[in-house]
Design a protein around this ligand. Structure first.
Ligand code: SF4
Ligand code: SF4
Length: 255
């Protein structure tokens, strides 16, 4: 996530400058492969268009016309071209930034270049490169689109955070379906719970889904969070809740 640095203590990192490149120990550019066409070698067979499931190639006057914005770098077109008319070119779509915190924690984030929309390759690269035997917390984007799936598909355990509203329940159902499709184990946390709209709880119970935590609706929590504070530090009564949540998630992940 591009804002995970906000969840460290002020004494641990220089929060005010933590979104700038200078804050990080290392930065690497992240390229993806995109096809480069040599029309002189192309025989107009159209196989590259047919194999592209993302409609990134069309044929005009028996020659391929490429739409880079739609390309997902699956490399299928490279493989079907028997004429050698397609070669792989690198396209920089973002960067990966890494910072060691207190000599023990690795903070890694991925930033997309302006106008680049497809983050899954960057997310997958970060997870593959930086997940290890230690506990790795991946902050996934909301919803059930490709970036969320890319972040969750290789996880040992996923925490689905929802809210007690009709909108929250609708999104939760989609996310649960996605996790079941991916065969990834998961539990639910209900955030901002004020006792209203019990349907989320009822639905989870009817689906035999574990509710592993309930975060109460509290103005102070919102105030601390929006001020860049650590909730568990500034509101000690929440510490046990977050500790239990962490311990439960870790114990589920190693099962
Ligand atoms: S597969 Fe190769 S030869 Fe066929 S249309 Fe595409 S680029 Fe041309
Ligand atoms: S690399 Fe994949 S997505 Fe991109 S143009 Fe080729 S077939 Fe389509």
């Amino acid at each position: 996530a591009p804002n995970a640095h906000l969840f460290f203590r002020r004494g641990q990192i220089d929060i005010e400058n933590s979104c700038h490149d200078e804050f990080f120990d290392s930065i690497e550019e992240f390229p993806v492969s995109v096809p480069e066409f040599n029309n002189a070698l192309c025989n107009g067979c159209g196989f590259c268009k047919t194999v592209c499931k993302f409609n990134a190639i069309t044929m005009i006057l028996a020659k391929p016309l490429f739409f880079p914005e739609l390309c997902h770098s699956c490399e299928a077109c490279f493989r079907v071209c028997s004429m050698g008319a397609i070669t792989a070119a690198n396209k920089m779509i973002g960067k990966i930034r890494r910072k060691k915190i207190n000599g023990e924690l690795d903070l890694v984030d991925g930033i997309m270049n302006v106008s680049e929309a497809k983050s899954p390759p960057l997310i997958k690269k970060i997870i593959k490169k930086y997940s290890g035997p230690a506990v790795t917390i991946i902050d996934a984007p909301p919803g059930t689109s490709c970036p969320m799936v890319a972040a969750a598909y290789s996880a040992d355990y996923v925490i689905l955070v929802t809210e007690p509203t009709p909108f929250g329940l609708s999104d939760l159902k989609l996310a649960v379906n996605a996790m079941r499709e991916l065969k990834v184990r998961f539990g639910v946390v209900i955030n901002k719970y004020d006792g209203d709209f019990g349907e989320v709880k009822t639905w989870c119970e009817s689906e035999k889904i574990d509710i592993i935590g309930i975060i109460p609706f509290e103005l102070k929590i919102a105030q601390v969070y929006s001020g860049g504070g650590i909730i568990a530090d500034e509101l000690p009564h929440t510490r046990a809740l977050f500790s239990k949540l962490f311990e439960r998630a870790v114990s589920e992940a190693v099962k």
